[in-house]
Design a binder for this molecule. Structure first.
Ligand SMILES: [Ca+2]
Ligand SMILES: [Ca+2]
Length: 392
């Protein structure tokens, strides 16, 4: 054990968990992540999906570890110096969505660092989950269930606000889609009311896909949870056979099972997604099913529908601005013709869904963003970058 690494290792008893579980952590000052393993083989699991859930029990922002080049030695030392003695550990990389294309659980992007064993990864659709072999620190792609392995988690404690992705506004462990963050509460299986409570505590809401592309996104990512069914925020508890959103507005998109059977029945009042078919069905509200929530990114909550302007004066620190306007408003490009072009560059224009809290009202809007050029000579030529919003 080298002295520098030893000082980063901490060992403590997490007495709030059953059996006073021993937990070993190592902190990486470079990346700000803590890596966590559990005592010996007490928490070994034969399911990569259950391993994800075990990480979430430790911290709601923990998940199976993704290991960068700068954290590699820290993890290696944690595994060799702690009393965690499993020969193999589940890690947070997978190729379920695209064979041989291992991705990060945190960003959905391709991993940028790997330490594969010689003949790995294999081109094998039955081996889609990453593992770390403690005998040589090599990684292997393995079947996601069937053999017990230790659980290697990664987390941020505390979560610094700067870690929220500036492009998506999503906190760690949430996945962005159409300006909303999805949180797959992979540890949770619950009845309809406990699912609703879990989501609204975030604060977020139960999911109700509003388009085919959103439904496809949900289908894709549920693969990573190992669960077959997820509750939707839809019920006919108030009036039988009248399935409605629990958040008020009529459903703008529906994907009920075409057979009709199992959709509208007097005894089943709560809707869910069957991930094997992608269709929606209903079941008894007390049945246990997976919990998935959507969450409004903090950045979007702070945006306003009021036009702003930025100038090139030396006092100005703002170098970009965004306008979100509801679909019945027009947003004009920077009003000065000089301002368009290299000085005031449009960087984004897209339709988005904005959900305001509390009350969970949701509206379609369009989002526009401009960025001021870093070239100061352009600032002098075109002093103002501004846009305007007008009602229709
Ligand atoms: Ca594979
Ligand atoms: Ca019913």
């Amino acid at each position: 054990m080298n002295g520098q690494t030893a000082s980063l290792l901490t060992f403590f008893v997490l007495s709030s968990l059953p059996g006073a579980m021993l937990v070993y952590t190592a902190y990486s000052p470079t990346t700000g992540y803590s890596f966590v393993v559990f005592e010996d083989s007490v928490d070994d699991t034969d399911s990569w999906f259950e391993a994800r859930a075990k990480c979430r029990v430790h911290s709601q922002y923990a998940d199976l570890a993704e290991i960068s080049a700068s954290d590699f030695t820290i993890v290696q030392d944690l595994l060799s110096n702690s009393q965690a003695s499993s020969s193999s550990y589940w890690i947070g990389i997978y190729d379920h969505l695209s064979e041989m294309n291992f991705k990060s659980l945190y960003t959905g992007a391709d991993i940028t660092f790997a330490n594969w064993d010689n003949d790995r990864p294999k081109n094998d659709m039955n081996k889609n989950c990453g593992s770390w072999d403690t005998s040589n620190s090599y990684w292997k792609d393995e079947a996601c269930t069937g053999k017990k392995r230790g659980v290697l988690c990664r987390m941020l404690t505390p979560i610094p606000s700067s870690n929220i992705d500036p492009n998506t506004g999503c906190p760690p462990t949430m996945v962005p889609f159409d300006d909303v963050c999805y949180d797959f509460r992979v540890l949770m299986t619950g009845n309809f009311s406990s699912a609703r409570q879990a989501c609204e505590t975030l604060p977020g809401r139960m999911i109700i896909p509003e388009s085919q592309s959103e439904a496809d996104f949900v289908d894709l990512y549920t693969i990573l949870t190992g669960k077959a069914t997820f509750w939707l925020g839809i019920t006919d508890e108030e009036e039988d056979n009248d399935l409605r959103s629990i958040y008020g507005p009529n459903l703008s998109f529906e994907k009920w099972h075409p057979s009709g059977s199992g959709v509208v029945a007097s005894e089943t009042d709560c809707a869910y997604i069957d991930t094997s078919s992608g269709y929606w069905l209903t079941d008894h509200c007390d049945e246990p099913k997976g919990v998935m929530c959507s969450f409004v990114p903090p950045l979007l909550q702070e945006e306003t529908t009021v036009a702003q302007s930025i100038t090139s004066t030396s006092e100005t620190t703002q170098d970009a601005f965004t306008i979100v306007a509801s679909t019945d408003h027009d947003v004009t490009s920077p009003t000065s013709s000089e301002a368009q072009g290299p000085y005031c560059k449009p960087v984004e224009r897209k339709a988005s869904t904005v959900m305001s809290l509390p009350g969970h009202t949701r509206e379609r809007s369009h989002r526009h963003a401009w960025q001021r050029s870093a070239d100061e000579s352009l600032h002098r030529a075109s002093p103002v970058c501004e846009a305007s919003v007008s009602g229709r």
